[in-house]
Design a protein around this ligand. Sequence first.
Ligand SMILES: NC(=O)c1ccc[n+]([C@@H]2O[C@H](COP(=O)([O-])OP(=O)(O)OC[C@H]3O[C@@H](n4cnc5c(N)ncnc54)[C@H](OP(=O)(O)O)[C@@H]3O)[C@@H](O)[C@H]2O)c1
Length: 503
Amino acid sequence: MSQNDPCILVIFGASGDLTSRKLIPAMYEMHAMGQLHPSTAILGVSRTAKSDDQWRDELEPWVRQQAKGFDPAKWTEFARRVHYFAGDAVKPDCYPALEARLGELAQQKGTRGNLLFFMSVAESLYEPIVEQIDAAGLVVEGKRWCSIDPNAKSWQRIIVEKPFGHDAVSAASLNRTLGRAFEEESIYRIDHYLGKELVQSLLVLRFANSIFEPVWNWQYIDHVQITAAETVSVGQRTAFYDQTGAIRDMIQSHLFQVMAFVAMEPPSLYTPENVRAEKIKIIDSIAIPTADQVADYCALGQFAADGAEGAYHELGGVSPTSTTETYAALKFHFDNWRWAGTPFYIRSGKKLAAKRTEVVVQFKPPAANLFRKVPGFGGEAPNRLVIEIAPKERFNLRFEVKVPGFGLRGANVNMQLDYADHFKAEPVEAYGPLIVDAMRGDQTLFKHRIEVEGAWNAVMPFLDERSAAARAGIHANYACGSWGPASADELLARDGRAWRNEA
Ligand SMILES: NC(=O)c1ccc[n+]([C@@H]2O[C@H](COP(=O)([O-])OP(=O)(O)OC[C@H]3O[C@@H](n4cnc5c(N)ncnc54)[C@H](OP(=O)(O)O)[C@@H]3O)[C@@H](O)[C@H]2O)c1
């Protein structure tokens, strides 16, 4: 049993897709693994009227389908934790009854007044709901409230899902609203990428070994590529996607977190405060491109038609003049000592050649090539570390060896660690361990206010009017099943580099 406190997990948006498909199956997995306090309960809140039992019946097929190793007995135990409250969470008159229900459950289960709110509603409802939680007096923890008996103190925390704002201004507004109700220590800005094994393993690889860190800098690393490629299209919610695009959906949120883990300085100790302080520093040191640089630092695209559907700008729900990117490749530099002159290229897109999320750390060639006169030997920089985050979880380290036999011939070989093969463990849904961290009060894998605003500031030149030239001619500029527009290859070719596009 883990050392987390009992609490009520209050999910706003209980009837929604995220709750059914991800959050409840993840909580079931955590229950089955003994990671939830025996008293912990879940209260789903949304407007549709239904009883506890009706909601449990709706959720069971999702858990069967989505969770690892469904066990009917465990489901029966878990279902006892699950309750439902019908109400419109933006309306003040919802709260007296909600508060009464929470009080009743706290009494029945013994959750000591601890509440973990989860915002699983449309982004436009985040601020109104937080204001109502605050106005209803549901938040009693925090420096402002100064409990007389600190041991008797209950806590209230909030998990906020992406999208965290639409741009730098809206993210700052959401942060201010959250900050009026909750202390920063109680705000958990979730990014399920940080729940992925290989993302967390990046920190262990870098800081629990002595061989990587001495070479993890501009002197030895030529460049870094971070890719999140999808083969799927934009789905049913075309109108929503048209307001979003690849930079907002993937790069500003998930891939910036991965980039921060690759680039940050070692924290002095693995504690939430130290890890977050280093992430804040690294995001703060991103060199924000000037308006003149934007077109040279990015490649944006929209997929063309294929047998299955029209080109992106021809889809229902998408404006025919839309310049929203379904593909983006961006180049970043850090203004700091470690990474001076080493670019980070980040790309993400829909309908690409393969589904893959990975980090490629390309090392420079050896300082002197003593084989330069050996015919047919080498020529490229062999050392490359590939961290595959999904769908496979693997580390690959490439290096040069001699081909056996007469004469001297070199060959690139790969040393690989496959997580599934080696550890014989299947990954659990990333939301589960993150929500349990929030129950424990561990913010290591959650984003700080300054990080989120810093990430928005860094991508804004690629989103606002400064990106107009890069968006000209975007319609159908890449074929489905390709690796993106030609401009993405040119982005790296201008620097004498190429993407790793291996199948
Ligand atoms: N789905 C995903 O995989 C995913 C992934 C990452 C982030 N997100 C984010 O997570 C959030 C939820 O996404 P979703 O896909 O689950 O959305 P969704 O399917 O639209 O679900 C949201 C639910 O909120 C409820 N709701 C709406 N207004 C409400 C109100 N005033 N008070 C209480 N409940 C209300 C609705 O149920 P009722 O009609 O019964 O009220 C609705 O089913 C969004 O911000 C989304 O961008 C989703």
